[in-house]
Design a binder for this molecule. Sequence first.
Ligand SMILES: *[C@@H]1O[C@H](CO)[C@@H](O)[C@H](O)[C@H]1NC(C)=O
Ligand SMILES: *[C@@H]1O[C@H](CO)[C@@H](O)[C@H](O)[C@H]1NC(C)=O
Ligand SMILES: *[C@@H]1O[C@H](CO)[C@@H](O)[C@H](O)[C@H]1NC(C)=O
Ligand SMILES: *[C@@H]1O[C@H](CO)[C@@H](O)[C@H](O)[C@H]1NC(C)=O
Ligand SMILES: *[C@@H]1O[C@H](CO)[C@@H](O)[C@H](O)[C@H]1NC(C)=O
Ligand SMILES: *[C@@H]1O[C@H](CO)[C@@H](O)[C@H](O)[C@H]1NC(C)=O
Length: 417
Amino acid sequence: MQWRCSKNAALVVVVVVMMMAMVAAIPPLCMAQADDIEGVVVLEDDGSLHINSSSVGKVYIDGEDVVAELQATRKFIAALTSTPAQHIQLANPEVTVLFDGSGLVMSDKKLASFSFGFVPFFNNSINLANNQLTSIDFNQITHVGGGIDLSHNHLTVIDFGNITSVSSIYLNYNDLTSVNFGQIAGDAGDINLSHNDLTTIDFGHITSVRSISFDSNKFTSIGFGQIISVGGDIDLHYDYNNVHLTSVDFGNITRVGGDILLFTNDLTSVDFGKIASVGGDIDFRNNYHLTSVDFGQITNVGGKIRLTSTDLTSVDFGQILSVGGDIEVYHTYTSNNLISIDFGNITRVDGSIKLYDNDLTSVDFGQITHVISIDLHNNPLTSVDCANVGFSGCLCVDAGVTLTNCRRLCTSSNCAH
Ligand SMILES: *[C@@H]1O[C@H](CO)[C@@H](O)[C@H](O)[C@H]1NC(C)=O
Ligand SMILES: *[C@@H]1O[C@H](CO)[C@@H](O)[C@H](O)[C@H]1NC(C)=O
Ligand SMILES: *[C@@H]1O[C@H](CO)[C@@H](O)[C@H](O)[C@H]1NC(C)=O
Ligand SMILES: *[C@@H]1O[C@H](CO)[C@@H](O)[C@H](O)[C@H]1NC(C)=O
Ligand SMILES: *[C@@H]1O[C@H](CO)[C@@H](O)[C@H](O)[C@H]1NC(C)=O
Ligand SMILES: *[C@@H]1O[C@H](CO)[C@@H](O)[C@H](O)[C@H]1NC(C)=O
């Protein structure tokens, strides 16, 4: 058996066979060592590369029996090329695809489009970053073992087709206005969407992510669909997103490993839904029209809670048991409207509680036994009972407030005592 090279459409297609074990020695052009293979690589008039084989032999490319695939589909658009050794040509025949078995590396090739032809899956990663892609056709690919890097291209739309699993997705620096993750299900690793023009996103069947980068987009609202767990931050603060967010739907999320940063937006209400724990900070400061916050099922906040410069009149910490940093509900410009605060189940605040410049007439510290300092100055309080509160810092109040069980008083200029 032998390989023939066929000249078709006046173009010579160069063939080198990469055999099963992909042994070091690459045969000369248009020749094969295999005894049982007869195949022809043809460049069809439409520009696609095909392997034609009439034999029962096998040609393996990255573990795939391409001849069998050819027989099944008639058009497995993948072929072997001579240079550099062990790199094959796949899909777009006019370009050399560097495919060394560890993944597809086709970055910085000025590609305007890319098609995967009839490749059924990639066990490793796909790197098409830094091209000029306006379209990509994943066609039949169902599984990508590694990440898909399409960053720094010109994509305005993306269709993940039949892909159901992938370990990371990089779409940063494209021209996307919307993203739909289609059939991708389960864990999607790191998703980077930064520097696009996104206004909508459909996470489809994705249930967890290690991180999501949203910066420099145009979201006015966002929902997280079926996502249950976010390993890192949810960061959509104004300077990062570039547009004021008016609504957020945490949907099915039960855990956020990092921060939830939504400061300087135009949110009027926030419902944390099913979120039970937040590893870092919760920061909703400078949402000037925010009138309601429902902490839902959150029991632990690893960092601080910042609700400064909002329009909240009351805050109820719901089921929160501990806060790793400060609780800040003061107003930075004019007097805040806060008239009631309910610490609920909080027993421990590993920072300070800052409620100054509000309209509080009374404060009940509830079950808090541990806090650094509490600052209540510039509130119309008449009395404060420190009961079981254990301060490692001090309490700051205005002159004339009657104090009970309060032993550690601040001496700074804001504090009368
Ligand atoms: C490839 O195979 C197809 C189907 O067997 C045939 O129609 C076509 O002519 C072949 N092309 C070449 C260049 O042999
Ligand atoms: C690629 O992954 C598929 C599905 O997980 C597996 O069946 C196949 O053996 C893998 N192929 C190689 C060459 O690793
Ligand atoms: C998905 O695969 C099926 C065949 O399994 C094919 O008919 C369909 O066109 C593919 N979808 C896309 C978007 O390529
Ligand atoms: C996402 O992409 C941006 C811009 O390229 C980069 O600065 C950021 O580090 C990336 N995020 C992650 C988590 O890799
Ligand atoms: C939560 O996930 C279910 C499917 O598991 C979906 O039907 C529902 O719409 C999701 N909730 C939200 C708020 O997106
Ligand atoms: C929180 O406090 C309420 C009463 O204010 C109580 O019914 C509930 O069991 C407490 N939850 C936890 C987790 O301690």
